[in-house]
Design a protein around this ligand. Sequence first.
Ligand SMILES: [Zn+2]
Length: 407
Amino acid sequence: MTYSCRICGSSALDLAWDLAQVPYGDLFCESRETAQKLPSLELTLALCQDCELLQITQEVDVEEIYLEYLYQSSVTTGLGSYYQRLTKSLSLDLELRSSDLVIDVGSNDGTGLKPYRDAGMRVLGIEPSKRPALVSMDAGIPTINSFLDENSVNQTLAQHGVAQLVCANYVAANVPNPVAFFQNMRAMLAPDGVISVVTGYHADQFSVNMFDYINHDHLSYFSVTSAVRLAEASGLRLTGAERVEHKGGSIHLLFRTAESRVVPDESISKLIQRERWVGNGALATYTALAARIEMASQEVRQLLGATPDLAVTGVGASISTTHLLHQFRIGSSMARLFDDDANKIGRFSPGFGIEVSPLKDLRPGKRQLVLLLAWQHSAVLLNRMQSVGFTGSVIVPLPNPHIVHLG
Ligand SMILES: [Zn+2]
């Protein structure tokens, strides 16, 4: 494999899993033909022998490859109450004062900064996407419409000074060069400041077979072990780590400058120990995951094939469901997808070109078998399906394939 590790630069990378080829999974298109013609991309998971960073070896410049297909979609995080709790605990733990500056990297529409602003602190968002950056500015949140790079760092320092708190929620996995990203955050940090990062935690996600978090947006899959190495490479020190439940398993990491005298929390060594126990740095862990997913896909294809006279429809239309359809090789048997996301309705899924309809149109009457593609949200979606009057059988594909009867 001619590729070097995103954190430590080592070329000692082991192939962990070669996943099904798939177009960029969030590109739901206006016509079936366009959706079916999207170029497929490889998706390869590799494990660094030196720092244990799990990463994909493809670096897709989505804008370049897909410029003609791209459209602007609004981002809904659905994490509002978690961020509110996080804001409260960070403000208390760090004893933030009203004169302090709080920066959010990848600030989207500025929602995450509002609680800090309302508490009287100075806030600044850094957001590369134009539309959310404009929404944020309209809401009175100072925002730099840019990626985090040398220019935006210099602009920040010149206009706002250093920050007591720099946040990055669900963006660290997406950056091509995590070391440069963390160095840039450090450059904006006060000597006694803190960097707060929330990111997906595959150690927990993969334990429930949530493989469909692996996609071309997520270049790095951090562990506490690899985060320690990332900190060292970026002039930082990892001083806190806590598992959180969101997105099937996430982790909240706190970093301070390497010169900080704050003693790292004992949770760090405990989590590193736990990562050893679950085999986070062992290739066999990922081979076993791939085997479990292949087994589940066989079972699902059997369940779908058992009643060939029934039309099969899917619930869920997202980047994750695109990956599930391709990895399970079930897209061509799917007549329609149902979802509540207004950005997807009336569009066609990447690759298979399956039309997306509003979830409220999922009615009984016609004999159909439903596959719950967005299985991570089973509880919410099964309730929602009942509330629109759906009765019948639903295949839940993961963590382990099973059938739920509604009505
Ligand atoms: Zn490495």
